[in-house]
Write a protein that binds this ligand. Structure first.
Ligand SMILES: Cc1cc2nc3c(=O)[nH]c(=O)nc-3n(C[C@H](O)[C@H](O)[C@H](O)COP(=O)(O)OP(=O)(O)OC[C@H]3O[C@@H](n4cnc5c(N)ncnc54)[C@H](O)[C@@H]3O)c2cc1C
Ligand code: FES
Length: 249
């Protein structure tokens, strides 16, 4: 983990209310697995707390984040320009674990809204295995869709929108039910309602990995602001990715 001023290489709107930012620095060297996150401090006295954002992709010198405008912090982030610097702590947390047992398995990624972000690097990393990869991408509406072409290159994509303007009309859970439960590994990120459904639907499966979200403060396990529902784990330090059997939602 490192604290550094990273350089912004680009910061662009890629869909309604959704931005992609590329950052350069030394933190990318330290990333161990997909699903880890960075903790961003904005240069604004009214925003004393850092904002956690998943690492969506990385190489040796750069990392990419995808973020949705929901409040003052993300609004401020969207105003930054190429060449600006950004105060970043990271990489933080435990991400998605990959191992050779994935060889020849049937794998499902379930992403809803901005929850698709950390699944992108995971889908890239899964390419090194011979496996069958299905990817569910769910959005509210067509204008919020992002990374469709990128993910189509990596697996069989099943797209849905709540209003039916693109892909199947319906919710993430409807697509999961269409595809059925015949998978060996499931990885999910999205709103709590989606994670709860995935946990229950695949209750008999040992390999269900859920990336949880929670409001955070320190991001390093020190303040207990981000406890899981049963208060047994800290999402920032023990997660954000947990085996579905290990965590109460
Ligand atoms: C491990 C982790 C990874 C994340 N990865 C991403 C990502 O890749 N892209 C992305 O866009 N967002 C991600 N988030 C959520 C992101 O941290 C928040 O959206 C952001 O901090 C909001 O800051 P803000 O100042 O814009 O909004 P605020 O003004 O702080 O909040 C605006 C609204 O969003 C809600 N909110 C804020 N933070 C969270 C949160 N953590 N979980 C649920 N609701 C929240 C608030 O309750 C409020 O209703 C992640 C969160 C965690 C914990
Ligand atoms: S944010 Fe402080 S313990 Fe998780």
């Amino acid at each position: 983990m490192k604290l550094e001023m990273m350089q912004i290489m680009s910061n662009e709107r890629i869909a309604k209310g959704t931005y992609e930012m590329v950052l350069a620095g030394e933190i990318p060297h330290l990333i161990e697995e997909p699903g880890q996150f960075i903790h961003i401090k904005l240069n604004d006295e009214s925003l004393p707390l850092r904002r956690p954002i998943s690492i969506a992709a990385y190489n040796e010198n750069q990392l990419r984040i995808l973020y949705k405008l929901v409040g003052k912090g993300t609004e401020k982030l969207s105003e930054l320009k190429k060449g600006d610097s950004l105060d970043v702590l990271g990489p933080l947390g435990n991400g998605f674990k990959l191992d050779n047992h994935l060889e020849h398995k049937k794998v499902l990624l379930v992403g809803a809204g901005i929850g698709i972000a950390p699944l992108y690097q995971l889908a890239c990393d899964l390419q090194k295995y011979q496996l069958d990869l299905d990817i569910i991408m769910s959005f509210k509406s067509k204008d919020e869709v992002y990374y469709l072409e990128e993910l189509k290159k990596l697996g069989n994509v099943y797209l849905s929108t709540d209003d039916g303007t693109c892909g199947k009309r319906g919710y993430c859970k409807d697509v999961i039910e269409d595809l059925g439960s015949d998978y060996d590994y499931v990885y999910a990120c999205g709103p709590l309602i989606v994670l709860k459904f995935v946990k229950e639907y695949f209750v008999d499966l040992d390999h269900v990995y859920l990336s949880l979200e929670q409001r955070m403060a320190c991001g390093m396990g020190a303040c207990y602001a981000c406890d899981t529902k049963d208060k047994k784990k800290r999402i920032c330090k023990d997660g954000p990715v947990f085996n579905g059997k290990e965590v109460s939602l």
